[in-house]
Design a binder for this molecule. Structure first.
Ligand code: ZN
Length: 142
């Protein structure tokens, strides 16, 4: 089941510049994190139930570097929070939606994520995101 919009992913060339802009708008930076699986550095700004997620590439091979090359800075994906990611992927596939990720993979914030293919979702890159709330509570790293 889709619960709410988890975050809106925005591609930026320079993370610090992006952070400065959203702080100017009045949002509060929650933190930054490097996500090696996607070769990106991410900055989060909570906004109600949702976050603005700024994504800057850490390598020329990053999907975000390719996005910036092709389309420039801007909204890159929309992520829906789901309660059961493997089940949502099966449902989407059964409905004939093409998947980029057939299996969940690790994303930022201890979340499991998977992308649907924009060619079968009207040009919008859609991410399903299952936040591991229990895991975060147990780890209590800080
Ligand atoms: Zn995302």
């Amino acid at each position: 089941m889709i619960k709410h919009i988890s975050h809106i992913g925005i591609a930026v060339k320079d993370l610090d510049e992006g952070i400065a802009f959203y702080q100017k708008l009045g949002l509060t930076l929650e933190g930054t994190e490097e996500v090696p699986s996607q070769m990106v550095k991410v900055a989060f700004f909570p906004c109600g139930d949702t976050r603005i997620e700024l994504l800057a590439p850490t390598s020329g091979d990053s999907p975000i570097a390719k996005f910036l090359e092709k389309k420039g800075e801007g909204i890159q994906h929309i992520a829906f929070a789901v309660d059961d990611l493997p089940e949502e992927l099966l449902k989407a596939e059964d409905s004939g939606i093409r998947l980029i990720d057939k299996e969940p993979r690790p994303g930022a914030h201890h979340a499991d994520i998977a992308f649907l293919h924009p060619k079968s979702s009207l040009g919008v890159l859609i991410e399903f995101c299952q936040e591991q709330e229990h895991k975060e509570e147990e780890e209590e790293e800080e």
